[in-house]
Write a new protein. Sequence first.
Length: 173
Amino acid sequence: MSKRHVTTSVNGDSVEFLCSTEQTLLDVLRDELFLTGSKEGCGSGDCGACSVMLDGRLVCACLVLGVEANGREVETIEGMSDGEKLHPLQQKFLEHAALQCGICTPGILVAAKALLEKNPDPTETEVRYWLAGNLCRCTGYDKIVRAVLDAAAAMRGASAKPAAASSVQMQSA
């Protein structure tokens, strides 16, 4: 099996690697470049655990071939923080306890960052819609959505919008 030489940018760094033509970008990131933040949840693009940015576009790395990254820019969860300083989304996920097992978290964070770059002031509905391609089997989504909205507010320098009453809150009233 022949391997292809690929030159690309990953998290702002120029990298080169060899990969087979059937190797996914997810496999290349994890197995060749040792960037293990992106997870394989399904291998079919259904769960979003492997979400990365490719030339500014949110993609499932399990559906992109590694050779397709040639000459392009890839951004992964590893490039989200600034050294030891967490990105506001990462910080708010911790503050809101918006994670449990961690399989979905990298993909959700990358997707949420993509949303906030396009829309710095999303509504709850917009956050839920944008993250619909990212499945979480542990937490439910309320804490995740609250963390994204709080991060958006922090990034804008505003205080968080008051949360809309959930059906659980309304039932207990």
